[in-house]
Design a protein around this ligand. Structure first.
Ligand code: PAF
Length: 285
């Protein structure tokens, strides 16, 4: 695996494979790679001839400078994980490479998909930062397919809309949430949890499972699912920051529930902000 720093280097490295008709799979990351990222890279490896992974902690998507400051950074460790998972190229630009002096363009995806839940909690700049950097990375790598985790369900919906609206010629694939044995969704933030808080972090999953049980028992009122999930989380000692049942593409509220619906939750556990979600496919009750 080669590590490249600039857009020009990436384009030059991919020119040959592209000419030969080799397919390119791309996984965008901010590093701190865990088994969730590995599953995306391995899927890209299985489905593409060339695999590119980007590693860039994107300042534009952080609403809290302290959060940006403490974001884990270990390029050597991440490079080893990416190579082991099957990456051919690691694109690890510096901030000045992606945002040179004078950079002044923002990609803004409008609508509820960026306004609610994560958009409301983290501020409007968050998804602008994500959309801008993803648009740039897709433009540099120009992959055939790009792989995003279902864990960041709202980010996935924003990327899908960005790609649709701008006619970007790339397939957006999503992969299921990877969980620890006890059910905690893998996240780079889990490492920040104090040992004493780790069991309480399972409250998010418990809430989602309570909503799923209610739906499987035939409940089709979103409010009842939210109440069941909230009660299960409170029982585990955690208050949700938000807990909502939404359309997985538009993030509009849905009720009565039918077809594919997303139950999404965020909560702070001992000061660490965690998110999780569950995609339900509902037939007739
Ligand atoms: O999910 C992430 O790690 C980031 O939001 C992404 C997609 C790499 C953009 O910076």
């Amino acid at each position: 695996m080669r590590t490249l720093r600039t857009a020009a280097e990436v384009r030059a490295a991919l020119a040959g494979p592209r000419r030969e008709g080799r397919s390119i799979g791309f996984v965008a990351t901010m590093g701190a790679l865990h088994a969730g990222h590995v599953s995306l890279i391995e899927r890209a490896r299985a489905e593409s001839d060339e695999v590119v992974v980007s590693l860039f902690v994107n300042p534009a998507q952080f609403d809290d400078p302290a959060d940006l400051e403490r974001y884990p950074r270990d390029e050597a460790a991440d490079a080893a994980v990416a190579a082991e998972a099957g990456a051919d190229l690691l694109f690890a630009p510096g901030a000045g490479d992606l945002y040179p002096d004078g950079f002044s363009t923002t990609v803004h995806v409008a609508g509820r998909v960026t306004e609610v839940l994560e958009g409301r909690e983290r501020g409007s700049a968050h998804f602008d930062g994500v959309a801008t950097v993803v648009a740039k990375l897709l433009n540099v790598v120009a992959p055939d397919a790009t792989y995003f985790g279902q864990k960041d369900a709202q980010q996935l919906a924003v990327v899908r809309k960005l790609v649709r609206d701008l006619d970007l010629p790339v397939l957006v694939e999503s992969s299921p949430i990877v969980r620890d044995a006890d059910g905690l969704a893998l996240s780079s933030r889990n490492a920040l949890l104090a040992d004493a808080d780790r069991p309480r972090a399972l409250a998010l999953r418990r809430g989602l499972l309570a909503a799923r049980s209610a739906a499987e028992a035939g409940e089709r009122d979103a409010g009842v699912l939210v109440a069941a999930a909230t009660a299960a989380m409170r029982e585990a000692g955690v208050e949700p920051e938000y807990l909502a049942v939404v359309d997985p593409d538009t993030f509009e509220d849905v009720s009565p529930l039918a077809g594919d619906v997303l139950v999404a939750v965020a909560a702070r556990v001992g000061g660490v902000r965690l998110i999780d979600n569950d995609l339900l496919t509902l037939g007739e009750p």
